[in-house]
Ligand binder design. Structure first.
Ligand code: GRF
Length: 190
């Protein structure tokens, strides 16, 4: 069997997508392992989950330091754990162009819309207000353009007549948890 690709996950919050990647990585046949979970929020609930799952963690707040210094700290942690591919999972900070260039083609992200629709925030409310029949989620390559890189996979969810942004987000999230491990596995074996 080929060596597993070492993945670093960046989070800012609850980390439910991170948890789905950690769970998938526990499968003997999974082509990736989670080498590090790193966060810009030292109190992110996802860090507690990762530690309990015996995954290495790193936290660095960007407060009070230059962006380049903050990113260098994260990058040192990623490199020291052998990370080859970065999976963003609810990481709420924009990576600098320089960082993205250094990791070109090796960062992916999950976004809660059917890209190219609804880049940025508040995707579920925007889909409902537009009268769309379907919402969903996309996994895409990260480039310098926000939510703009090649789409690697998508899952659709029907929008119900009485959906609120919260009820829709909940159903889309279930699809995110299925989609992200599958797409990441394909991405590291391509
Ligand atoms: C998810 O909806 C993801 O698509 C978006 O941020 C949210 C993160 O949720 N990028 P979680 O932290 O993975 O639970």
């Amino acid at each position: 069997m080929k060596p597993k690709a070492k993945v670093g996950i960046l989070i800012s919050g609850r980390g439910s997508n991170m948890a789905s990647l950690i769970a998938a990585a526990q499968d003997f046949d999974c082509p990736f392992e989670i080498a590090l979970v790193a966060s810009d929020k030292p109190d992110a609930p996802g860090l507690t989950f990762a530690k309990a799952a015996a995954v290495a963690t790193f936290a660095q707040s960007p407060k009070g330091i230059a962006k380049a210094e903050y990113e260098a700290a994260i990058e040192t942690a990623l490199l020291s754990t052998g990370v080859e591919v970065i999976a963003l999972a609810g990481y709420m900070r924009l990576l600098s162009d320089a960082f993205v260039a250094r990791w070109k083609g090796r960062i992916i992200n999950i976004h809660p819309s059917l890209l190219p629709k609804y880049k940025g925030l508040d995707t579920h409310r925007r889909a409902i207000e537009a009268g769309d029949s379907h919402a969903g989620c996309s996994v895409h390559v990260v480039t310098e353009e926000l939510d703009g890189g090649a789409v690697l996979g998508q899952a659709e969810v029907a929008i119900l007549p009485d959906d609120t942004p919260a009820t829709l987000a909940e159903r889309v999230l279930q699809e995110e948890h299925r989609l992200y491990p599958k797409v990441l596995a394909d991405f590291v074996t391509q």
